[in-house]
Design a protein around this ligand. Structure first.
Ligand code: GLV
Ligand code: MG
Length: 337
């Protein structure tokens, strides 16, 4: 988890074929907006959608959000023109390309090479445009680790539940919700964890896919809280009404955030000033592993705009405290600052 953590809590899908939705997407609270040329666009509307997306990127006004385009998958007739036309005409307004239905590392390698060719041609910064790879079928999942290792442009692996459910034969039409009849606790646990591990092994973000029952905000909150707890960075949203629920689910709670910042301060103090590697903080033992966990929570909290109200206060060192046995010199949160 990099200390400079770019939030992708909510990733809003906007169909490239709808000018109205493209216009409405600006200014929403989604961390990432992606303009879709793939499954939200009918085959007959692909060319128009591409033109709309180029115009929307060039018009700007996306604020500090990450802006991505989901192109058609590498095995379709549209993919090469999606990349060539969108990136050549509007690459500067683009942070990443989302590549769907990645079943093989070769798909990512193809996109990486094409982006490199276009950057040479346009003079744009080499390697700036990232790739988010959707893993959404059995073949892609089986190769998740190889896919995650393919290109330094990769920023995230994204689970695609709808296509995945179809690919493995899951007997349900409620995308993102638990399939009726399944007696385990989470039918998506295996693909979610496998994608998460592949992503983290290569320093990438892990993003969960959409929850299609738009008016079931409780179901969405539950699904989002579950993947957030597992370690995921964010989730797709298909409607502006889903954004707040998802942002909340992927932001740490204020208490956890405060605690994480205190752990980082305390650990820094004890390891650098007192040269001790494991100490007590408010009744809990903290060590190097605690620091790593705290880094994750603090980075996610800062990225979510949380502010701390407590500061760590180093204990006053007395001769007896200096020689106190291991674990008996608890630092304290200093309260409001
Ligand atoms: C998203 O692309 C999905 O298939 O769920
Ligand atoms: Mg899909």
């Amino acid at each position: 988890m990099p200390e400079e953590y770019r939030p992708r809590r909510s990733c809003l899908a906007v169909p490239g074929s709808s000018q109205r939705f493209l216009d409405k997407a600006r200014g929403l609270a989604a961390d990432e907006v992606f303009l879709d040329l793939e499954d939200a666009v009918a085959p007959a509307a692909k060319e128009t959608a591409r033109r709309n997306v180029i115009a929307a990127l060039n018009a700007g006004g996306w604020g500090g959000q990450l802006v991505a385009v989901r192109i058609n998958d590498a095995a379709t007739r549209w993919a090469y023109r999606d990349v060539a036309e969108v990136v050549a005409a509007a690459g500067r307004g683009l942070d990443a390309i989302i590549l769907p239905k990645v079943t093989d590392p070769g798909h990512v390698a193809w996109l990486d090479l094409m982006l490199g060719q276009i950057e040479q041609d346009t003079g744009d910064e080499p390697g700036r445009i990232g790739i988010e790879a959707q893993i959404e079928d059995a073949r892609g999942l089986a190769k998740a680790d190889e896919i995650a290792a393919t290109s330094p442009r990769l920023r995230a692996l994204v689970f695609g539940p709808a296509d995945f459910m179809a690919s493995v034969g899951m007997r349900s039409l409620r995308v993102g919700a638990q399939p009726a009849g399944y007696v385990g606790s989470d039918a998506y646990h295996y693909p979610l964890l496998r994608i998460l591990v592949a992503a983290r092994a290569h320093g990438l973000a892990a993003i969960d896919g959409p929850y299609l029952v738009i008016d079931d905000l409780d179901g969405l909150a539950e699904a989002a809280a579950s993947t957030a707890a597992l370690g995921y960075d964010g989730k797709w949203v298909l409607h502006p009404g889903q954004i707040d629920v998802v942002n909340r689910a992927f932001s740490p709670g204020q208490d956890d955030y405060e605690r994480a910042e205190l752990i980082l301060d305390a650990y820094r103090y004890y390891t650098s000033v007192e040269h001790r590697g494991a100490v007590m903080l408010g009744g809990e033992m903290i060590d190097e592993a605690s620091r790593k966990l705290a880094l994750v929570v603090a980075a996610k909290g800062r990225a979510a705009g949380l502010r701390r109200s407590q500061r760590f206060e180093a204990p006053v060192t007395t001769p007896s405290a200096e020689h106190a046995p291991f674990g008996e010199s608890p630092g304290q949160p200093a309260g409001e600052s």
